[in-house]
Ligand binder design. Sequence first.
Ligand code: ATP
Ligand code: MG
Length: 413
Amino acid sequence: MVTYLGKLGELSLKGSNLKQFEALLLKNTKNYLLSIDAKVRMSSGRLYIECEEKDKDAVEFTLNHLIGITGWAKAKVVEKDIKKIQDEILILAQKAKENGAKTFKIEAKRSDKSFPLDSYGIMREAGNLVFDGGILSVDVHNPDITFTVEIRDKAYVYSDSIKTCRGLPVGASGKGLLLLSGGLDSPVAGYRMMRRGMIVECIYFHSYPYTSKEAQEKVESLAQTLSFFGLRTHLNIIPFTQVQMQIKKKSPENYTTLMLRMCMMKVASMLAKKIDADCLITGESLGQVASQTIQNMAVTEHACSLPLLRPLVALDKEEIIQTSREIGTYETSILPYEDCCVLFSPKHPILRAKLSEADEIFKNLEVDELLQKAFDERQLKRYEVAGFVAEKWGTKENRERLIATNGILIPKD
Ligand code: ATP
Ligand code: MG
């Protein structure tokens, strides 16, 4: 048996709501592991997962993506006996030395106050042995390795703890509809909101055949990656070619991009109402491209009937790229298939649009029926992380049980 400990971050500050948040985190964790025979429980501020050696990869995948924990560790579980604890620390210290570590420190937490040594006593008893045995030397400020002992129902001993995403468990903060394009920004924007506990659904506008099938596949792949964090992603695909043609025909060239944005916002607002989303989300960042000046963003926002969240508005491209690497969307986002066609891109887009002028041009587009038609012709694809885990690590029997009991789609389609 292998035991993992997940550490709760901001959750532990939630006071009277703590129980509710913990229950949500527990439910989310179990959802990842529906096809795996793992035991998941929550107790005094820690998430515990126990599984067999063969299921380690599935559990570590879960802990590396689960939102609501700050980090996790694979722990050795022993009796609450200082001798047993010392033995484990010695094994870990030897291993660390073999891997090149020279210095260490020990941290101890005693939740069970009946344990005869206090935290300081545990640190002293376990640390002296490593130091006196000449295995490693002490450095409390900048150690090569930190050993942790937690005295709870049992004693938990571990060395490498992995830091992951912080935030609040998905489902704690309402639902948002993300405008997901194939670029670098919007997947990061969706992930950022998931980290604040939001359920994120997606909408993508394509202009086939002016945009390619590959561009859509890119978005599908990004939606699946987002489901690794958000548990499930529903991707709504909207055919927008006729709307784009109409804009090209009726709008002054310098306003076409902005008109397209307004049209997207109108349809996204329609969908948001239908799926009970509380807000729209985009990957816009101030000044990044012509359509993202503050004046143009004001026009875009005016076309929404729900709050519009722009989690990246004040981030630099480098910061966005760093997050996209961390969450695994970077390689897909930089694939060269464009989500808009040069045919529809103006040479000189307006930089500081006026709301009244934009409204007037929008009215003249006479695009309402086309927007309704595009909305009605939407397609839905669903990506479930439980299905992904089942397909990759679940046994055949578990997979069948999962499909039978949950009707969960395996992510291909
Ligand atoms: P991204 O990297 O997210 O594609 P971008 O820098 O290319 O962004 P724009 O193309 O101006 O910027 O798009 C701004 C935002 O509008 C995107 O972040 C996304 O939220 C939304 N958006 C743009 N194109 C589409 C599309 N085809 N479908 C859905 N949303 C879109
Ligand atoms: Mg884009």
